[in-house]
Design a protein around this ligand. Structure first.
Ligand SMILES: Cc1cc2nc3c(=O)[nH]c(=O)nc-3n(C[C@H](O)[C@H](O)[C@H](O)COP(=O)(O)OP(=O)(O)OC[C@H]3O[C@@H](n4cnc5c(N)ncnc54)[C@H](O)[C@@H]3O)c2cc1C
Length: 385
């Protein structure tokens, strides 16, 4: 049962999840005057977007690709955020025998014109959140259950150890479909084919982990290296490393993706800092061991990684676009979002924007709902246990 109330009226749209999809959708709906609430389980917005070290290091998404991602390119420009072209100049390293030094290889334009955001990808989430009226995004509000009522959906939302009831005419679940299936309770239950589609849709990068090292200077650039390295030997901790310096070479940093799978990382967790420093040094020389280390394991984050994602890690980008995920449920009152529902760019930041645009078109104006007057006051009633 819900033990408190979070709203004094019925929201037009409750958006669950303040990742890029949820935030973008909120900004798209905001000019309509709809009464919107964005409920986010974490103490921060951004979801998989995670920037640390005062904007220097992205431990979630790093890049967008202006050559084939028009939505991201346009949004970054619209928000006035400075893009930084990925640094690929110089020699790349290829290391396929742990007992031999790495080989240098010539490789131009390795990242296909990818850009980062100066100051980190979190600036994207922050800039979107700033466009919303104060109080729209409610952090540390975790949705637990949804119940269909005649003219609204009732949400049980956990907040500060209490469960509060929220009513909304329409609800958008802007989070990975697998998390919806594994962590939310629906009354009535969702159709079996939709549940199957949610389970069959891997959350992109949910089983990944990233590490980064910050240094006083980009010594590898001075030695003619681009910072790009590919590691393919059995002792590899990271499989791919790249330069993530600021636009003028500072702050200086290298970042990389783990080669170890979630189970191996859990087993080796106490030793990872030493192993990571050793691998950076093996590639770029002794100076590379001495930086400030940052790492994040997404497989250990239950607000991103479902049990299925952790147990069956995917390394190849899946084909997204299952039409079962985008069909409105409960007579249009319940919609699924998140990047993994996007047909063209599913899994990417671009896909989160694609999903937001699709969802904005599926939102029904309040006047078209029966008894649709916005802002009506209701007494909050019990939620399904
Ligand atoms: C390591 C890594 C590297 C990546 N690299 C790139 C890259 O370089 N380029 C790129 O384009 N993409 C990349 N991605 C993918 C990109 O991050 C995602 O496509 C994008 O961030 C998804 O946004 P989203 O809003 O759909 O989902 P999410 O960011 O997952 O947002 C979902 C939100 O829902 C919240 N939530 C979950 N459950 C609940 C609940 N019950 N109640 C309330 N809130 C809840 C979560 O806390 C989260 O904030 C990377 C991802 C990772 C992890």
């Amino acid at each position: 049962m819900a033990s408190g109330t979070a709203e004094t009226g019925t929201l037009d749209v409750a958006i669950i999840g303040a990742g890029l999809c949820g935030l973008r959708l909120a900004t798209l709906l905001q000019p309509s005057g709809a009464r919107i609430g964005v409920f986010e389980a974490r103490a921060r917005s951004g979801g998989r977007v995670l920037t640390v070290a005062d904007g220097a290091i992205d431990l979630g998404p790093t890049w967008f690709w202006p050559r084939n991602q028009p939505r991201m390119t346009q949004l970054v420009a619209e928000l006035g955020l400075p893009g930084v072209l990925q640094h690929d100049d110089g020699r790349a390293l290829y290391h396929d025998r742990a007992d031999q030094p790495p080989r240098t290889v010539a490789a131009a334009d390795l990242h296909g014109g990818a850009q980062r955001i100066d100051g980190g990808m979190a600036r994207l989430a922050a800039a979107l959140a700033e466009r919303l009226p104060a109080g729209t995004v409610r952090l540390q509000h975790r949705l637990r259950a949804l119940a269909r009522r005649d003219d609204h959906v009732e949400l049980a939302i956990e907040c500060e150890a209490e469960t509060v009831a929220v009513r909304a005419r329409q609800v958008v679940l802007a989070l990975p479909p697998r998390l919806v299936d594994e962590t939310l309770r629906f009354t009535p239950a969702l159709p079996a084919p939709l549940c199957a589609a949610m389970r069959e849709t891997p959350t992109w990068m949910a089983s990944a982990a990233k590490a980064a090292m910050q240094y006083p200077a980009a010594f590898w650039r001075a030695a003619g290296h681009s910072g790009n390295a590919f590691i393919r030997h059995p002792q590899a901790v990271l499989c791919e490393i790249f330069d993530v310096c600021g636009p003028d070479g500072g702050p200086a940093a290298l970042a990389g993706f783990f080669d170890l799978d979630p189970a191996q990382r859990r087993l080796l967790a106490p030793h990872l800092p030493r192993l990571l420093r050793g691998q950076f040094a093996q590639l770029f020389g002794p100076a590379a061991a001495a930086g400030t280390l940052h790492q994040y394991d997404w497989a250990e984050d239950p607000l991103t990684c479902a049990a299925l994602d952790r147990d069956e890690p995917v390394t190849v980008h899946p084909l997204y676009g299952d039409a079962r995920l985008t069909a409105p449920q409960w007579d249009g009152r319940l919609l699924l979002g998140g990047s993994e529902t996007a047909a063209r760019s599913g899994g990417y930041l671009e896909g989160a924007l694609e999903a937001a645009a699709r969802l904005a078109g599926q939102i029904i104006p309040p006047a078209r709902f029966p008894n649709g007057a916005s802002g009506a006051r209701h007494v909050m009633t019990g939620m399904p246990a």
